[in-house]
Design a protein around this ligand. Structure first.
Ligand SMILES: Cc1ncccc1N[C@@H](C)c1cnc2ccsc2c1
Length: 115
C-alpha cells in the first residue's frame, strides 16, 4: 500500500498549504515586482539573463492546474522567483530589497507552518 505521509510536505494537506502561502505572498506590501511575469520587452536583457522566469501569477496558475506534486515542488518555484530577482537586481535597489524581504518572509512562514 502507499507509504504513510510523514510530514505536511508529503501529505494531502500540502496543496491547501501552498494556496494559503501564495495568498500571503501576494498580499505582502513588497510583492509588487513579483505579481505578474516580468515583461521582457520593458526590461532589457531580462530574457537573456533569466533562463527560467517565474512569478506569483504563474505559480497560481500552476496550482490551479494541479501542476505541483507537493509542497516541495511549490517551494522550488517560489524560490526561483527570488533567485531570479537576486540574479538580475542589485541588492541595494527597490526590487532587490523587495526580493530579499519576500524571501525572508516566505522562509519564516513555511517553516512555521510545517512545525
Ligand atoms: C522582478 C523583476 N525583476 C527584474 C526586473 C523587473 C521585475 N519586476 C517587474 C514587474 C517590473 C518591475 N518594475 C518595472 C519598472 C519598469 S518595467 C518593470 C517591471
Amino acid at each position: 500500500c502507499a507509504k504513510k505521509a510523514k510530514t505536511a510536505k508529503d501529505d494531502k494537506n500540502g496543496l491547501p498549504l501552498c494556496r494559503m502561502l501564495l495568498a500571503e505572498l501576494e498580499a505582502h506590501r513588497d510583492a509588487w515586482p513579483f505579481l505578474t511575469p516580468v515583461n521582457h520587452k520593458a526590461v532589457p536583457g531580462y530574457r537573456k539573463v533569466i533562463k527560467k522566469p517565474m512569478d506569483f501569477s504563474t505559480i497560481k496558475e500552476k496550482l490551479a492546474n494541479n501542476q505541483y506534486l507537493n509542497l516541495e515542488t511549490f517551494i522550488i518555484d517560489v524560490n526561483l522567483v527570488f533567485d531570479n530577482c537576486e540574479k538580475f537586481n542589485e541588492d541595494d535597489s527597490e526590487i532587490g530589497r523587495a526580493g530579499h524581504n519576500m524571501r525572508r518572509f516566505f522562509d519564516k512562514r513555511w517553516t512555521e507552518l510545517l512545525q
